[in-house]
Design a protein around this ligand. Structure first.
Ligand code: CXF
Ligand code: ZN
Length: 403
């Protein structure tokens, strides 16, 4: 009754436009998505049906998406909990197309990043304020939450040829349109370039936050970072921002030295191109052990080496890289007794609510993203993005959707 009396302009001015969205009936959308039908087979571009957003869901027209190592872990069948067929992707950005019932914080036209680490504010985890892990996180490889491929309503929004296609990490960004639960979405500065800030949906936040939030790097400290891909370089950026005086990059590709310097490394070593024992080199460089070490490659041997070269008494080794399901790491208990700490970091300790501030940090020049994007492809060429990653070609490949 009340709504019927207001003009559209009045509705917008009174900030109740969202009510209009709720009352119109939403339809399915047919669009293109990259489907992973089974592990290790190239993704196939198919026409999919995307359901309208259900209660507390948002449907997003994707503008861009990065490709992350975790997409590859699932694609290669290395995550035992993974389900197929699935629309992968969890590093995207886009524009809200429509919202479901009860969605109050978003409206059509909002620029958003869907994030795989939600904030429900109600669960034991969110209430504890000790962690960014939320009870509602799902489909994350590595055992944090078993993969089921469904949104919080117990359904997947995607189907293809009449068959359901699973969701991935609550985000499924390899589709022209995706549907996510609203607690997985953040609204960002409309001036931010969506084809750049998509990287804050995973890789950059993961690395940067690991240094700033989880390890809590201190000014003047010594740091070593295994792997100078998108995540590792973002760790370097975080260490630098925190005022580290030594940041050593370790990578088997010597070309990473130059880009590492742009992000702030002070030293570089390629373990395959030195006769010196790498641990000896690192212990010498850090005068007996680093204050902080980070592993971003998902290689268990590197995680153990990174632990061994932390400084006794206070050294912290932070693990971010996801290793294949079942692989284990071990260390001598004496390492822990001697005061070294082994910790892990998921999404850099951030949750979805903290990402708009990172977008603004990028806008003000405090976070580098452009330097990480070495290739762009269309959705049709998403397999090329995986090949680039496996072949060590460039840093991040971004898929740009047709507008
Ligand atoms: C992850 C992957 C699995 C465990 C937590 C964090 N990061 C992103 O790809
Ligand atoms: Zn990721």
């Amino acid at each position: 009754m009340f709504l019927a009396k207001l003009t559209r302009t009045q509705l917008v001015r009174n900030n109740v436009q969202i009510v209009v969205n709720q009352t119109r009936s939403l339809k399915e959308i047919k669009c293109k998505a990259a489907i992973c039908w089974e592990p290790n087979k190239p993704l196939k571009i198919e026409e999919v049906t995307v359901a309208p957003p259900d209660e507390n869901q948002v449907r997003i027209k994707m503008v861009a998406t990065g490709i992350c190592h975790t997409d590859a872990v699932t694609w290669r069948g290395e995550d035992a909990d993974a389900v197929f067929p699935v629309v992968l992707g969890h590093e995207g950005s886009g524009i809200v197309e429509s919202v479901g019932k009860n969605v109050k914080q978003f409206k059509a036209g909002d620029h958003v990043i869907p994030v795989f680490v939600p904030y429900c504010a109600k669960c034991k985890f969110c209430q504890s304020r000790k962690t960014n892990i939320c009870d509602k996180i799902h489909d994350v490889p590595g055992g944090i939450a078993p993969g089921k491929g469904l949104l919080l309503n117990g359904k997947t929004p995607f189907s293809c040829k009449g068959k359901p296609v699973y969701n991935f990490m609550g985000t499924s960004t390899f589709s022209e349109y995706t549907v996510t639960d609203d607690i997985f979405v953040c609204k960002i500065n409309k001036k931010a370039p969506l084809d750049k800030v998509c990287l804050l949906g995973c890789g950059v936040s993961t690395g940067y936050g690991a240094a700033i939030n989880d390890a809590k790097v201190r000014p003047g400290s010594t740091c070593a970072v295994w792997g100078l891909g998108g995540v590792g370089l973002s760790v370097v950026m975080g260490c630098k921002r925190a005022g580290a005086s030594i940041v050593c990059g370790i990578d088997i590709n010597s070309k990473k030295c130059k880009i590492g310097q742009i992000f702030g490394i002070t030293h570089f070593i390629n373990p395959n191109e030195t006769d010196e024992c790498i641990k000896d080199y690192l212990l010498k460089l850090s005068n007996g052990g680093f204050d902080y070490t980070f592993e971003s490659c998902g290689i268990t041997k590197s995680m153990e080496d990174a632990m061994d070269v932390t400084h006794p008494g206070w050294g912290i080794c932070t693990v971010m890289g996801v290793a294949p399901t079942g692989e284990k790491i071990s260390t001598s208990p004496v390492n822990l007794i001697a005061g070294r700490k082994w910790i892990g970091s998921a999404y850099g300790g951030f949750n979805v609510t903290e990402i708009p501030a990172l977008v603004n940090d990028y806008m003000s020049g405090n976070i580098k993203l452009d330097e990480l994007i070495t290739h762009t492809v269309t959705l049709e060429n998403v397999n090329q993005a995986f090949e680039n990653m496996f072949g060590g070609k460039g840093l991040r490949t971004v898929v740009k959707f047709k507008t």
